[in-house]
Structures are given as structure tokens and as C-alpha cells.
Ligand binder design. Sequence first.
Ligand code: ADP
Ligand code: MG
Length: 340
Amino acid sequence: PAPVARRPIRELPDELISQIAAGEVVERPASVVRELVDNALDAGASEVGIKLLAGGVRSVVVEDNGCGIVEGDLPLALRRHATSKIASLPDLESVSTMGFRGEALAAIASVADVSVLSRTAEAAHAWRLDARSGELAPAARGVGTSVEVRELFFNTPARRKFLKTDATELAHCVEAVRRHALARPDVSFAVWHEGKLVEQWRRGTPEQRVKDVLGDDFVGQSRAVEARVGPVTITGRAGTPDAARARADQQYCYVNGRYVRDKLLAHGVRSAYEDVLHGGRQPTYVLFVEIPPDRVDVNVHPTKIEVRFRESREVHQAVRHAVDAALAASRALAAPEGTA
Ligand code: ADP
Ligand code: MG
């Protein structure tokens, strides 16, 4: 090998550390939407508004009516590894909030212009913190928080080049909200683009929310899933084989309320359809897996889209069994009398 010039080891500057972290967490405007809505839900909001300009590239604003942030904590909210959600290893091992890494706002602020406007119930008025200038000033709004993210990747042109058209970025943003909306029928969501309301889901029952988000067709062509296997509870809806699609674009899986993409769960579902789906047809489903938090590790991936189960075989079987049972019930219904 060619001789290598030995170079001194240096600690990276804070800004660069955050930009590296942002590389993992923030891929596109939809990632910003996901993180900000996570925060709104963790703050106990019952109403979340998402306002986008140019597919979210020019601006993403997420407004909530949650608990707000006290003035003294505002600068901390933007600091790396600063969080109000966990304080110890036992907390981490049984985390029940969407966030816990204390990374998102700092990461986003390193690749965009961020300002946070917030007011708690005790405060006489709101405060607004501008991340870039550090300026903290009194402002007006009701109890809750608005986070504004402008000009994503303005300082990292290489990343900005990977963004697609505004229409595509908008579709990803709406999909990010849809994933939250399915899991939280007790919260109302509204998405605006360029000042126009593009989606709105009002608070309601879980059944109503599935209908509002995925449509009457999905509900008509799916069966209720409800099963309990050991400590694992699985609810939701599984599409009938007739509802299968060419693309895997209607598959929603949640673990303890968190949207996940998990091979093990997907495989468990898939195996329930084994005998009824052929030729690469994709099942449709919305499944909510509830499992005691100490049996699942959510600290696997920076975006928390992957999880690791302590008893993965059991979870796989539980999912398979739950979907199987739902499909069997639908076959029994479909069979003419006396032939079942
Ligand atoms: P994490 O969510 O992992 O704690 P974030 O960087 O997303 O990290 O947020 C940092 C902190 O800022 C949170 O722990 C929370 O205390 C506060 N925060 C952020 N967004 C909101 C919000 N919408 N309402 C109330 N507090 C918030
Ligand atoms: Mg967060």
C-alpha cells in the first residue's frame, strides 16, 4: 500500500457533528415533518397543523396545542443530546415517547433555518427563539408550540440536489402525517400547502380514522384483526386477498404506536397470506402491535423506523396468527351455507 501521511486526531466542531447527525435523521422535508409531529404528540397536543411551502423545501411549520416549552428551556431544545423525555438508562429501556434522543431539533437546525415559538400555560406570553442568531424575544401565540424550518439544506447543496420535485416532496410529507394520523385518532391533523388545505383528519374513533385516512374501499375490502398472544396484542385491519395491490403502498405497521418498517413483522403478515396471494401481489394492512416496552428495543436506528424484539419468534407467530384468524373469518363468511 501507498504510504499514508499520519494526521493528528481532532475533535470535530459542534456544527459539523450536528450536520453528520442530520445526515442520518433528515433526508428530506418529510423527515422534518415526521420529527416535528413526533414532538407535538409527545407534548400532548390534540391538534396538530402542518403548513408547507414548495413541498416543504422552502418551509415546514408544525403548530401544536401541546404543553409548550418554558422560556429558559428554549435554547436547550435546540441543543444536541438535550431532551425532557428520558434521564436514565431505565428510562431508555422502557421509553414510551416518540422521541428520546434529543437530536432532531439540533440536527434540523444545522441544515436549515429554524425558529421555535412557544408558550406554556403558566407564561404570560410566548417566546420566540431564532436558532441562527440565538435571539430570544417575547412573541404572541396561545399555549403550545410552533416550529418553523426554512430553506432545508441551504448550506449543504449536495444534499439539496437529491430532493425531488415539490409535488413528490409534498406527497412524502403528507404520507408522513398519514402514518401519524392512523396511530392517533384522538388527535386532529391538518396539512396545508401553499396556503391551501390539502388533508384534514378530525378526531374520532379508531375505525373512523382508518376510514378517513385509507378510504371506504380499504375498509370494505379488509377484515378486523384482533388477537392477543402472550404479552403481544395485535389490532387493526388486514385486506382481503382481492384487495391486494401490485405495489406495497398500503402497508402500515406500528409497534407501541410508532410506525415501523420491520422485516420480521412484514414476513409474519406475508406468511399469513402465503396460500392466498400469488405472483408478487402485495397485501394491504394496518396493524398495531402492542408489547411491553421492555420487550422491544427502539434504539436501533436514528429515525427509530426499525425495532428489535427480545422474543422475535413469538412476535412473528403472533402476527401471523392474528392475520390468519382475520382472513379465515372472512373466508368463512364468504363460503355459501353448508359448504364451510
Ligand atoms: P427529543 O424529541 O428526542 O427529546 P428533539 O430535538 O426533537 O429531541 O426535541 C428536544 C426537546 O425540545 C424535547 O425533549 C422537548 O422537551 C422540546 N420540544 C420539542 N418540540 C416540542 C413541542 N412541539 N412541544 C413541547 N416541547 C417540545
Ligand atoms: Mg423529537
